[in-house]
Design a binder for this molecule. Structure first.
Ligand SMILES: [Zn+2]
Length: 510
């Protein structure tokens, strides 16, 4: 890779506290590293120079919790979330097909949509109505909870399902769902989705992700790098069913996956120890309100303390960090007990409902909080229904930082978009709409949110990886005096001019 000299960029401080950028300096990138930073660096013969024109330089951003295959698929689908009726769905499908046809796509290109909620609809959707807007395209629409599939006649025929005029309910749909990815064109669409996802990530200044996709540790990434999807670093999470194989292969956290140019490494051992808020399965110390209780009044613990500790001990002695999903406070206790019993290193993923005592334990054991601030925008109303009276114990970012817990921000894409600027804004302002901030005492500053969205290197300096984002505006310019809404807006409005990964330019929007 050729060295590059960056002329005249202002370094944004990334220590969680200071907010004043440096005077313009030059940066020399060579062999994947920042090898020099200073005013008026000499330009060796033959070295490319890029003028930053006083723009703002930050370390490249990381999204510490992503499901990349699902996110890539989401980007290619017709978005049917928020549709209010079958007619509304049909309008979106018709618009999508019109755009597809005018883009020169083949007239039989597969169309997949996702996200409608048909439970309360009257009249119900009909296949005839879907056929009327689909032309020659096979069309497969999936409900937002995944329990219902609405296919047009061409898709029914392709999948060998007897013709019918109603959507498939889960008994008929579940056996068919896995075969959607084998329909003609589906694999090409998935590849295009990855290219799209990586392009958007680079455009947001993202240089790395932790990919917690279920199959990532089976070796899916080297083939993607070989196919040119190489504009991002990927730490690949390991699930329990892959642990034997990973240990047998001698893979430790941080080890490079061969065939990825050093950009992809083995990530943490991931365990999903409880459920989620939306399904009322997050494992809590207090029961869910009686009217909402399902089979598990306190939520669902997926793994006992003994089994969790045994798995974490095995991962730890084999050189793997841990990433333990815990959303409810009872699951937090069990995860913390397992960390204490094993001396494992790593993170709690989500840490959504916590207590001050638990936060102190996280700090004492050096456990990172891998949190997704944009979830608080979606979960605000749900929390007051499912966890009434406990709102002040959710998304406790301020308390975590004050206790000395390191925050690692992420999106959990596709649950929220892979957009660190949205996450930072949510962590600062704690509201997505005109309403006042939610539990504002847990808000953090833009400087703290930025630090949590990096890989922990701090302000760009000599010796750091040449993973950089160059911004048109100063992300820390807004001050508390302007109000958190203004600071959040400023973060959401940041425009990334350039992104470098490993010293290579992967996004250029100057
Ligand atoms: Zn996740």
């Amino acid at each position: 890779m050729n060295p590059i000299l960056l002329r005249g960029g202002r370094l944004v401080p990334v220590d969680g506290r200071s907010v004043t950028p440096s005077d313009p300096v030059d940066l020399f990138l060579d062999q994947g590293r920042v090898t020099n930073v200073g005013p008026r660096l000499p330009r060796p013969a033959g070295v490319d120079e890029v003028a930053l024109d006083g723009r703002f330089v930050i370390p490249g951003l990381w999204d510490h919790h992503v499901h990349m295959t699902q996110w890539a698929a989401t980007l290619r689908r017709v978005d049917l979330a928020g549709t209010a009726s079958p007619r509304h769905v049909l309008e979106r499908v018709r618009d999508h097909i019109a755009a597809l046809d005018s883009s020169g796509a083949a007239p039989d290109t597969l169309v997949v949509g996702w996200g409608y909620r048909s439970g309360a609809w009257d009249p119900l959707p009909s296949v005839t109505a879907l056929d009327a807007v689909s032309g020659l395209h096979p069309v497969v629409l999936m409900s937002g909870d995944g329990h219902n599939g609405w296919l047009n006649t061409i898709a029914l025929d392709l999948m060998g399902v007897p013709r019918r005029d109603t959507p498939l309910d889960e008994g008929d749909w579940f056996p068919i769902w896995p075969r959607v990815s084998a329909l003609p064109g589906a694999a090409e669409q998935a590849d295009a989705g990855f290219a799209d996802a990586l392009g958007r990530a680079a455009a947001a200044g993202v240089v790395g992700i932790t990919d917690l996709e279920f199959d990532a540790a089976t070796g899916t990434w080297p083939a993607r790098y070989a196919a040119g999807l190489d504009s991002i670093r990927v730490r690949v999470g390991v699930y329990a069913d892959q642990l034997d194989r990973v240990i047998a292969d001698g893979r430790r956290t941080g080890d490079v996956w061969e065939g990825t140019g050093g950009l992809s490494t083995t990530g943490p051992f991931k365990v999903i120890s409880d459920g989620s808020l939306g399904t009322r399965t997050a494992h809590c110390c207090d029961p869910y309100p009686v009217a909402l209780q399902g089979d598990w009044p306190y939520g669902k613990q997926n793994i006992s303390l003994d089994d969790l500790a045994a798995a974490m001990a095995r991962a730890t002695t084999s050189g793997l960090d841990c990433a333990i999903h815990a959303i409810g406070d009872a699951a937090m206790d069990i995860a913390l007990d397992a960390y204490a019993a094993t001396g494992a290193r790593g993170s709690i993923e989500h840490a959504q409902l916590t207590t001050p005592a638990q936060i102190q334990r996280m700090a004492a054991h050096g456990i990172r909080a891998s949190v997704q601030p944009a979830h608080l925008l979606d979960d605000r109303d749900l929390t007051s229904v499912c966890w009434p009276g406990r709102e002040d114990r959710t998304f406790m970012f301020r308390s975590m930082l004050d206790a000395g817990v390191r925050l690692a921000l992420g999106s959990d894409a596709p649950v929220s978009p892979l957009d660190p600027w949205l996450a930072m804004a949510a962590a600062v302002h704690r509201s997505a709409d005109a309403r006042d901030p939610w539990t504002p005492e847990q808000g953090i500053t833009a400087a703290e949110a930025l630090a949590g969205s990096t890989d922990g290197w701090g302000t760009v300096a000599t010796g750091h990886p040449a993973d950089l984002a160059v911004l048109d505006t100063d992300p820390l310019a807004g001050s508390a005096a302007d109000g958190t809404a203004a600071v959040g807006r400023q973060l959401r409005d940041v425009r990334v001019a350039l992104t470098f990964v490993d010293g290579r330019l992967v996004h250029d929007a100057r």
